[in-house]
Structures are given as C-alpha cells and as structure tokens.
Design a binder for this molecule. Sequence first.
Ligand code: AMP
Length: 286
Amino acid sequence: MRTITTNAQFDELYTDFQSTNAQIGFVPTMGALHEGHLSLLHRAKAENDLVVVSIFVNPTQFNDPKDLEKYPRTLEADARILEAAGCDLLYAPNVEEVYGGAMEKQRVDYGALTSILEGAKRPGHYDGVVQVVRRLFEIVRPHRGYFGKKDFQQVAIIREMVRREQIPVEIVPCELIRDESGLAMSSRNVLLSAESKQNALALVNTLRAMKERFPGASPKEVEEWGQAQLRNDPAVELEYLEVLDGLNFEQPEAWSDYQSPMALVAAFVGGVRLIDNLEFIVSEEA
Ligand code: AMP
C-alpha cells in the first residue's frame, strides 16, 4: 500500500492508473477505522482494479467544535489496518491540501432529504459533507464511491448530489455493520464507557422491536411506541426517532404507501451522539 498526503502525488499516480485503464473504487472515511469501514473496502476491492481510501477529518461538517476536537484520530493504526486489508492507496491529506484556503461552504437544499433528521439536528452538517465529498471526487476521480448505510441519509444526499451535478461516479450503498452485541459500529464507540456501550443497545433493541410491530400497527403507532421506549430510558437522551420511506424520505400514513419502510434514530448515550437505523423489509443479515 502507498500512503500519500498531497494532490500532486495523487495526480502523478492517476496518470499511471489511466494508462492501464484501471477502475478505481473509492472509500472516503474520517479514520479510526473499524469493521464497518473495512466492509466498504472489501466490496470496493471485489468490484474494482484498485482501491483508494481517504482519511480526512473534515472540519466543515462538524457543527459542534467540541465534537471535532474529541473525534478519534489514529492514523498510524489505521494505515496498518488498511495495509493488512489489501488497500492499494491511502490518501491522508491535511485541510490546506483539500480546500486550498477555500473552506467557505454553500448551503445545500435538497428538500426533505437535507432538512429532516440529521439535517434538522445538525445545521450545516450536510453542507460540509456535500462540500468534502464533491472535492474528494474531484481529486480522486473514482469510478465508484462506497458509502455505508449506517449513515443512511448521507448516502441518499450524496446520490442526489451526483445526480444533480452529473458527476461521473457510481454510488454504491453498503450494508450497516454491527458488532456482536448488535451495536452499530462507529468510530465514536471508542468514546463510550463499558456501561454506556451496554446502555446504547437500547437503540438497536428498540429499532428491532419496532420492526416486529410492523406491519400490525400503523407507521405513526410504531414510531410513537419506539419514541416512548427511548424517552422512558434514563440512559438515553433522544434526539429523534422516525419512521419513513427510505426511498424518498416521505412519511405516508399507511404502510401500503411505503416502498422501503424503516426507522432512523439519533440519541446521546453517555455524552456521545449515536445514530442507527433499521430497514423493515430488507433483512438486516442480507
Ligand atoms: P466515517 O469515517 O464515519 O465518515 O465513515 C466512513 C464511511 O464508513 C461512511 O460511508 C460510513 O457510512 C461508513 N460506515 C461507518 N460505520 C459503518 C458501519 N457500522 N457499517 C457500514 N458502514 C459504516
């Protein structure tokens, strides 16, 4: 595996890639790698000639400076993990290299996609996500970009950006990976105490119990039942828990109007903000 930090280094390699017509799979990350990230890498390896992973903690997508400061940074360990997993190229730029002093972000408005859930709770977050992914696509010029459904809303927004801006890249959504306890894997999980990790299982357990109640109770009933579970849990500070159609982010009244019913949740547990989601029809294990 080669590790590079500048765009000039990337441009030089890109010329070689082009001369062999290599298909490039790209996995953008913020590092502190875990099995969730590696599942994206494995899929990208299977579907491309070479895989580029980026590690860049993008300051423009953090709406809370404390969150940015606390974000785990483990570049050396990450590089070892990537090498062992067969990554071809690690691109680990600094802020200057990515933005060249032009960090000003534009407001992104894709209707409900950007205004509800994370869009409502983390103002400016998706403006920064769209800005950095657009920029990374410009630098890396991949054939395919791999994104985890752990960040379900993010994948939908990136797809919409690529569609609107006609960026020539295929967006590949990848399954959400959980640890053996059921907790959705996340770089932020290292910030949880053992007790908080246990308490955090309330999120996945509630989502699973909501799925059990589908389609016997209405979408609103299932949603309100789940919200009550988490509001009554003293270890959980709920931000949102909503049932919606994952295909268009709409919230019809009857299940018959849903194509991909699911629930998405965000909550603080032990001072750490966690998100999770569960699709009701596609099996989790699929
Ligand atoms: P991050 O480093 O958190 O920005 O994540 C980089 C990529 O890995 C994003 O596309 C995430 O959706 C994906 N990812 C993070 N955690 C998981 C997980 N548990 N399962 C699947 N993909 C994940």
